[in-house]
Design a protein around this ligand. Structure first.
Ligand code: ADP
Ligand code: MG
Length: 324
C-alpha cells in the first residue's frame, strides 16, 4: 500500500532553543518533523516575542506603551490593547490588587530596593497619587486608550511575560507546530501534548502532565530584598506602595498566559480566600507555598478542565488537563 505509506506522517523529533528576551531567558521546546521546520518555528516565535517586547516594554522609552501620555484618547495597536484589556479586567476583579498603572510606585520601590532603604513617606504618597487603574480608560470600539492622570506610568511586569509566552505559542500553532511549550522565565504556555504522551511534565507540588494551558509562578524568592531585618518582595501592595512582606509563592494554572501570569501576581497580594474567588472565575487552579514545599490550597474550577487522574508507573499522581 504505497499510498497509505506515503500518508503516514514522519515521526516527530524534539527540539529546544533558548534566547534572551524581555530581560530574561525564553526557552522553547517543540516537536517537529525535521530540523528545518523547527528552526523556522523558533525564528518566528522568538521574533514574535521580540516584537511584543518592542511594543510593550516599560524599560524602552520608545515602546508604544512608554509613549502613552495623559490627555485625549490615543488609538493603539491590537497587541497593546489586548494586553491592557486583560490587565484592566484583572484590576477590576481584584479591586486593584493587580494594577498595571502602578508604574510610579514600582519605580520608587525599585530605587528603594537598590538603595536598601524604604522610600520617604512624602515620595511614597506622591507616587501613589500617580497610580490607579481607574485613571486608565479603554475604548474597544476605537481601540483607544486614555490616561486621565498626568504622571501615570504603566508597568506590565506582572502580566507581559505570560502574555508573550501564549502569543509565541499561537505563532507555533499557526505554523503547524502545536506540540510546543514556551517558557518565558517562570511563565509557561503549553500547547498540545508531545507525541504518545498525555502531556508536558511540569513540576508543581508534584509532577503534572499538562497540555493546552498556562502555568505561572509569582513570589520568586530570589527577588526579595531585606531592609531593616524585614524581607520585601518585588510585588507591591497597591495600598501602601511597598513590597509585600508575606513570604508566599503562588503558582497558577489557567487557560492562557496573561491570565496565569496576572493571577499569580494578583493572588500574591490578595488573601487566599479572596484569591480563590478570583481564580474560580477564570477556572484556574492555584497552589500556595510558604517555602519550598508546595501545598494544594485550592482546586477551583478544575471541573472546567477535563481532569483525569491516573497513576504513573513510579506511583506519582498525575493530572492531565485538557479543555472542553
Ligand atoms: P516575575 O516578574 O518575577 O515573574 P510577577 O509576574 O509577579 O513576577 O511580576 C512582578 C512584577 O510585576 C514586578 O516586578 C512589577 O513590575 C509588577 N508588579 C509589582 N506589583 C504589582 C501589582 N500589585 N500589580 C501589578 N503588577 C505589579
Ligand atoms: Mg505575574
Amino acid at each position: 500500500m504505497l499510498l497509505a505509506a506515503s500518508l503516514v506522517a514522519a515521526p516527530l523529533e524534539r527540539f529546544e532553543a533558548v534566547e534572551p528576551h524581555m530581560g530574561t531567558l525564553v526557552r522553547i521546546t517543540l516537536y517537529a518533523p525535521d530540523s528545518d521546520s523547527a528552526r523556522k518555528g523558533f525564528a518566528a516565535a522568538f521574533e514574535r516575542i521580540r516584537a511584543l517586547d518592542e511594543t510593550l516594554s516599560d524599560y524602552k522609552a520608545t515602546s508604544e506603551l512608554s509613549r502613552l501620555r495623559a490627555g485625549a484618547p490615543i488609538p493603539v495597536s491590537e497587541d497593546l490593547f489586548r494586553l491592557l484589556s486583560a490587565a484592566q479586567d484583572l484590576a477590576r476583579e481584584t479591586r486593584g490588587a493587580f494594577d498595571i498603572t502602578l508604574g510610579a510606585a514600582i519605580r520608587l520601590w525599585r530605587e528603594a530596593r537598590r538603595a536598601h532603604r524604604l522610600p520617604a513617606e512624602e515620595e511614597r504618597r506622591l507616587a501613589l497619587q500617580h497610580c490607579g487603574y481607574r485613571y486608565l480608560k479603554l475604548d474597544p470600539r476605537r481601540r483607544a486608550v486614555q490616561i486621565l492622570q498626568p504622571g501615570l506610568q504603566l508597568d506590565p511586569g506582572g502580566i507581559a511575560k505570560g502574555f508573550a509566552a501564549s502569543e509565541a505559542l499561537t505563532v507555533l500553532r499557526a505554523r503547524g507546530l502545536p506540540r510546543s511549550l514556551v517558557a518565558v522565565s517562570g511563565d509557561l504556555a503549553i500547547g498540545d501534548a508531545p507525541p504518545d504522551r498525555a502531556g508536558w511534565r511540569v513540576q508543581v507540588d508534584r509532577p503534572l502532565l499538562l497540555h493546552n494551558c498556562a502555568v505561572s509562578t509569582s513570589g520568586d524568592t530570589e527577588q526579595y530584598v531585606e531592609i531593616g531585618g524585614v524581607r520585601y518582595s518585588h510585588i507591591i501592595d497597591p495600598k501602601t506602595g511597598l513590597g509585600l512582606t508575606t513570604r508566599i509563592r503562588v503558582t497558577v494554572l489557567a487557560r492562557d498566559g496573561a491570565t496565569a501570569d496576572g493571577l499569580a501576581t494578583a493572588l500574591s497580594v490578595l488573601t487566599p480566600s479572596e484569591g480563590r474567588k478570583v481564580a474560580l472565575r477564570h477556572h484556574a487552579r492555584v497552589w500556595y507555598s510558604a517555602s519550598r514545599s508546595l501545598r494544594v490550597a485550592g482546586a477551583g474550577g478544575a471541573s472546567a478542565f477535563d481532569t483525569i487522574r491516573e497513576r504513573q508507573p513510579d506511583g506519582g499522581a498525575i493530572t492531565s488537563i485538557s479543555h472542553p
